[in-house]
Design a binder for this molecule. Structure first.
Ligand code: PRP
Length: 207
């Protein structure tokens, strides 16, 4: 029987995703958060869990290097990969927002400088509103950009709101509700239909 490969990103979402998989009888007894190993096999030896950077999950799934990905809608909106988005897993809930310094007032009458890990999401959002923007791609700790004067605002995910609050920033506009999605490679869904179908059906019944 073909092994099914599932890609996950380490971090908050991985823990919730592993719990969901456990609930449908897929257990990774040798998995440990502290481990630096990147591939784990489940106890039945039918499913491999591979850890990749979240922004790389769409390409791994699209190219068929893995069969399934569990990834945030934020990443899917940014990457636009050719994959089947099958299920909303209702975990990893957050919002993608425009945020800025608490004293900053949004001003659409001049060029808006936006820093983001999600440049495509940011461009699409402001283009639709007809706002003239310059979008600067940042890879992390985006909250620093308006504080240090690199940008007027940021487009980023907000979960608890703690990072914004502790850095004197506030949400200015909400762009999209985000949650984790199950995505599947288009060929794998046909060739490994039985195994993948069981995973999809199992997860569908519990989310
Ligand atoms: C994400 C996001 C915010 C933070 C929001 O960053 O970019 O910085 O989480 O979470 P909160 O609303 O619960 O505070 P991440 O932790 O992925 O780190 P990064 O900045 O290094 O990308």
């Amino acid at each position: 029987m073909d092994v099914v490969k599932i890609a996950l990103a380490k971090g908050r979402l991985a823990d919730d995703a592993i719990v969901l998989l456990q609930k449908i009888g897929i257990n990774f007894s040798d998995y440990s958060k502290k481990s630096r190993k990147l591939i784990f096999i489940d106890d039945s030896k039918k499913i491999k869990l591979v850890f990749v950077k979240s922004s790389d999950i769409p390409v791994y799934v699209e190219k068929g290097a893995v069969d399934i990905g569990i990834v945030g809608k934020d990443v899917l909106l940014e990457k636009q990969a050719d994959v089947y988005e099958i299920l909303n897993l209702n975990i990893g809930k957050c919002k993608i927002c425009v945020a800025g310094h608490k004293d900053y007032t949004m001003n659409y009458s001049k060029k808006l400088i936006v820093a983001s890990k999600y440049p495509n999401v940011a461009k699409n959002y402001f283009n639709k509103k007809g706002v003239f923007t310059e979008v600067i791609k940042i890879n992390g700790s985006v909250e620093l950009a308006p504080i240090l004067g690199l940008s007027d605002v940021i487009v980023d995910i907000v979960q608890t709101g703690k990072t914004l609050e502790e850095n004197g920033l506030v949400v200015k506009e909400e762009i999209h509700d985000i949650s984790a999605r199950l995505v599947v490679n288009k060929v794998s869904l046909k060739t490994k239909n039985g195994n993948i179908g069981r995973i999809i059906d199992g997860l569908e019944s519990i989310v």
